[in-house]
Ligand binder design. Structure first.
Ligand code: FAD
Length: 471
């Protein structure tokens, strides 16, 4: 028989069909004690705690690398009554911290969850330190009444440090970390009991992991404009500081599980983000002495206000963009600021006059603003805006300025959890076998989150979720 072109095409099509049917029907499966979805701070902490209690854990991560939004964190992680605070002579405690968190969240936060987070903060810090993290530098961020934000010495970014030690611990453990394996479904049996997780790997292969326990640690949805605008129309057109991994996958995963999603429209904007590139300029620059000036060279707000109020003040300025200004003393105190200089985001000048010319701001006005602010630092009394943290006079050059505007930063909304990190159902009861932690959860911070509290939340409730799932 003569083989015609037609036959070759038919044979080819049959081959493709056989290959596809193999892919979709074979669906290999396996069984494990616990599946953790998402390898950011919360997921890695959960997986490590569960593994330490002796169970088999599979940790799924959809990206080719771990770290999600966690690795982007710069300013630090909050903790009170720590060794570093004691060494620096800072008197602070759980009660003061809880008070600051409640105030920042407009009293809509959950006092019980906040209390747990604050109480567990020093042990969370010790846990990371024991794994090799350097969190010895303590600074103050906006909305805090005390310096309690911990980061590596010299003011290095905190996220990379935390991800480094957690990943190293995962590698040293029996946790089965699977990169580029995306969880696409959480399965239940006919009694509506959790029975497994549907996964798609990087080759497109679909498979099922049978398990009775799942921890969802997929982070927030601030990386997806489509999703954040769906929940809060006011954010249309906003840039985001988030990783492209933060697409709110938890929403689809729990869609059919009667999970209670709350506060989904509570989305925090961060006031100081570079408008051109969406790079977050860490709050620690203000904490260490930076000020904000508008296009007329004037301060317009207490730079240490909570993020929501400061974002509003900033958006009422002409052009909705302002400059964050600091000097050499601030730069030297914070290694992270060199990253922005290396990224070419910063205008630098040897003196105020040159800086004013570069920014096309009236020199007299800028000089007047800086002199007045320096006077406030000397008298420790900000007569204009009541800023309490007045640490550095901006008198020694070089001077630095970066243009900033608010961008979407953090999702306060998500799955409601209880103090054992169990996910709460629509009926108000915990759903058996289902746990969550980190930015995918809700009901802790209230209307606004204090800087440095997200990492704390992720580590504290990640650890709790890991232990809880094993009990
Ligand atoms: C620029 C920036 C700076 C910040 N600075 C600070 C700071 O200084 N201090 C502070 O406290 N907080 C800070 N935050 C907030 C904080 O980093 C995050 O809220 C926190 O790290 C969230 O941790 P997480 O574990 O919940 O989520 P993530 O770290 O985002 O991890 C979630 C992981 O889940 C994975 N995933 C998602 N869906 C799936 C799926 N379907 N299957 C498998 N894997 C999935 C993601 O790829 C990701 O790796 C900052 C955030 C940003 C964006």
């Amino acid at each position: 028989m003569k083989i015609r072109k037609r036959h070759i095409i038919i044979l080819g099509l049959v081959g493709v069909l056989l290959f596809l049917s193999y892919r979709w029907t074979s669906e290999p499966s396996e069984t494990v004690d616990l599946v953790v979805i998402g390898a950011g701070a919360s997921g890695m902490s959960a997986a490590l705690e569960a593994e330490a209690a002796g169970v088999n854990v599979i940790l799924l991560e959809k990206m080719p690398y771990v770290g999600g939004n966690t690795v982007r964190a710069t300013a630090g992680m909050n903790a009170v009554e720590t060794e570093a605070q004691k060494e620096a002579g800072i008197s602070d405690d759980v009660e003061i911290f809880v008070g600051d968190i409640l105030e920042s969240g407009h009293s809509e936060g959950n006092p019980r969850m906040i209390e747990i987070m604050a109480r567990e903060s020093s042990s969370a810090l010790d846990w990371l330190t024991a794994k090799g993290a350097d969190l010895s530098d303590v600074g103050i961020l906006a909305g805090h009444s005390k310096p309690r934000t911990h980061r590596p010495s010299g003011g290095q970014p905190v996220g990379g440090e935390i991800v480094k030690v957690l990943k190293r611990s995962i590698d040293d453990s029996t946790v089965d970390l699977r990169l580029e394996h995306k969880a696409v479904q959480i399965m239940v049996d006919h009694d509506r009991v959790i029975s497994g997780v549907g996964v798609v790997d990087k080759t497109g292969r679909k498979y099922t992991i049978h398990t009775k326990k799942v921890i969802i640690a997929t982070g927030g949805f601030g990386g997806s404009p489509e999703v954040f605008v769906y929940y809060n129309q006011k954010l249309k057109g906003y840039h985001t500081t988030n990783s492209p991994s933060a697409t709110g996958d938890f929403i689809g995963l729990v869609e059919d599980l009667d999970v209670k999603l709350v506060d989904m429209s509570y989305i925090q904007t961060h006031p100081t983000v570079s408008p051109e590139y969406g790079v977050l300029i860490t709050e620690a620059i203000r904490g260490n002495g930076g000020i904000l000036i508008n296009n007329s060279g004037k301060r317009f707000a207490n730079e240490m206000k909570n993020r929501d109020f400061l974002s509003e003040d900033l958006l009422s300025q002409p052009g909705k963009e302002v400059y964050l200004l600091f000097n050499e003393t601030v730069r030297e105190s914070l290694a992270a600021s060199d990253d922005y200089i290396n990224m070419d985001l910063i205008h630098s000048a040897p003196d105020v006059e040159t800086l004013a010319n570069t920014l096309r701001i009236d020199t007299h006005s800028l000089n007047e603003t800086i002199d007045r602010y320096n006077g406030f630092v000397e008298s420790q009394n900000d007569l204009d805006f009541g800023r309490r943290s007045l640490t550095v006079t901006l008198d020694e050059g070089p001077f630095y300025a970066v243009k900033v505007t608010p961008a979407v930063h953090y999702c306060m909304g998500g799955m409601l959890i209880d103090d054992n990190a169990r996910i709460i159902g629509e009926d108000g009861n915990p759903i058996s076998g289902l746990y969550a932690a980190g930015e995918a959860t809700a009901g802790i911070h209230g209307l606004n989150r204090l800087g440095g509290n997200s990492l704390l939340d992720a580590i504290v409730f990640g650890r709790i979720a890991g232990r809880s799932a094993v009990e």
